[in-house]
Design a protein around this ligand. Structure first.
Ligand code: FAD
Length: 470
């Protein structure tokens, strides 16, 4: 346990009450380590405010005393942003600020507090007959504040956009304890800088989001889902542009994966069989959300054309919910399957959509030049230009020796990404994992602007110190 002075502990107790402070090792353990155990640094304490006023007083006190605060939502982030870096910070858990404040079904938005889990936000929308479309795997734990702060994307970005695009405004406690009130439900507000957008994706380095207004959509009346066989990422790109022309925003999913991803899951008995009728070099999982009034088989009609034009080799439509779930399972289990094959070198990157085939071709070639038996597993959201470019270790290799050589592979892949005008972090953010990469790959003018904004809004560097910037 990190030592905390009696004065600090007394001040914390006065502000949020002893019942909202965790101090012993056992209680703090789940908060100070992230999901994959990659970052594990002690904290002075865990503070769990119950009201916005308590949160404001806590931040103001921390600012006066130059104590770093690490905002934490569901602790599912992938880049170590939600756990301390230095060991002398206080983690601020948002778990108790978890009310749905307001539902405006006719206006198509709701206002929820930062600690509402994604699952509960989806449920609140569903109960009002609407859809909150953001979907990521850890929905039972991840909270709206964490999702907005890491600007999460997920499986339906194609049609509905990522977190920033789904947010009409936020309320946030700024570094001096003041409350930024940007919770407007306005779709149009043209009054200068978009401060809510600045706070979204800031990874807790500018302020602590306490609530947000989120956009809602009509619920689809059903889905048409297909598992598609094709020969290459290039064919997948051609198919994507054809489907987009025919289906527009009702095309809600377009996920690509290599046969290696399928065979791993069969080998490890994670699925009974390939949900496509046959094997192929590549697969696409495509889904159309049927809105009221829309044809029920628009996806299969479009795929018939693609088959006639020889863009694809075959396709299988999910005939019922059970088969639809099986198809989704193959996509959702891809990362898990890779961990059963030993160590993986991973990249969460994006490039312009039209450059995805070139990225994959050049990336595989570059990695195989470095390590001929490396096993590439690039998969993900082709429709967003966002590929999880993962590489499994060669069969029988020593995992540690493999990971020791990761930097060479990283440099090759990030070099190609930058060359293609892409981003070194498409979904998971920077946190403490990618601060060096950000420094080297972000446009220098943009990087400088980011640092200046940080300095103005958080001059004492108490907001998530060591994240985004060293
Ligand atoms: C299995 C798995 C699948 C995933 N799939 C996807 C995916 O498909 N697409 C995608 O985009 N992402 C994906 N992610 C990552 C996802 O973006 C994050 O897990 C999620 O957004 C973090 O939410 P959280 O509440 O757990 O935040 P945390 O992990 O607690 O925090 C994340 C960051 O936000 C900050 N933060 C948290 N709450 C606040 C707040 N109230 N105010 C200010 N800052 C705050 C933290 O300091 C940290 O920097 C996946 C993660 C996992 C584990």
């Amino acid at each position: 346990m990190k030592q905390v002075s009696d004065k600090t502990l007394q001040a914390l107790t006065d502000i949020i009450g002893a019942q909202n402070i965790l101090r012993d090792d056992e209680a703090m353990a789940p908060y100070i380590v992230e999901l994959r155990g990659r970052f594990h640094t002690p904290a002075l304490a865990i503070a769990i405010p119950e009201t916005i006023e308590q949160l404001q007083k806590l931040v103001s006190w921390a600012n006066d005393n130059r104590i770093g605060l690490v905002p934490q939502g569901g602790n599912t982030g992938m880049v170590g942003g939600q756990v301390p870096k230095r060991g002398n910070e206080i983690i601020v858990s948002m778990a108790k600020l978890n009310r749905v404040r307001h539902m405006d079904a006719s206006g198509g938005y709701m206002c929820v507090e930062a600690g509402v889990t994604l699952k509960n936000a989806q449920k609140a929308a569903d109960d009002a007959g609407l859809l909150f479309p953001l979907a990521i795997a850890p929905q039972e734990k991840a909270q709206i504040g964490g999702i907005l702060s890491s600007n999460a994307g997920g499986l339906q970005v194609l049609a509905y956009g990522y977190a920033r695009q789904l947010c009409l405004g936020v309320e946030a406690v700024m570094a001096n304890g003041s409350l930024y009130q940007g919770l407007s439900g306005l779709k149009k507000d043209n009054t200068g800088y978009d401060l809510s957008s600045l706070l979204v994706g800031a990874e807790g380095t500018l302020g602590i989001i306490s609530a947000a207004t989120l956009k809602l959509f009509p619920k689809p009346k059903g889905f048409e889902t297909a598992f598609i066989n094709l020969s290459s990422p290039k064919a997948a790109l051609t198919l994507y542009s054809e489907l987009l022309k025919r289906l527009g925003t009702s095309l809600t999913t377009f996920e690509m994966m290599p046969d290696f991803g399928m065979q791993m899951q069969i080998r490890h008995k994670m699925i009974e069989k390939n949900p496509a009728a046959k094997n192929s070099e590549w697969y696409v999982l495509a889904q159309m959300s049927q809105l009221p009034g829309q044809s029920t088989n628009a996806l299969s009609t479009a795929l018939d054309s693609a088959l006639n034009d020889r863009v694809i080799e075959h396709f299988t439509i999910a005939k019922d919910e059970r088969i639809r779930r099986q198809m989704w399972k193959v996509r959702e289990q891809l990362s898990g399957a890779q961990s059963k094959e030993g160590a993986s070198i991973k990249h969460d990157i994006s490039v312009p959509i039209s450059a995805v085939p070139e990225l994959i071709e050049r990336g595989i070639e570059a990695a195989k030049t470095i390590l001929p038996d490396i096993r590439p597993c690039p998969f993900g959201h082709l429709g967003d230009g966002n590929i999880h470019f993962n590489f499994s270790q060669p069969v029988g290799a020593d995992p540690k020796a493999y990971m020791d050589g990761a930097m060479k592979i990283h440099e090759a892949i990030y070099g190609i990404v930058t060359d293609l005008g892409g981003s070194i972090s498409a979904e998971h953010g920077i946190g403490q994992l990618k601060t060096e990469l950000l420094k080297h790959h972000k446009d220098p003018v943009a990087y400088d602007m980011m640092k200046k904004i940080k300095l103005v809004l958080d001059p004492n560097n108490i907001m998530n110190p060591g994240k985004l910037f060293d």
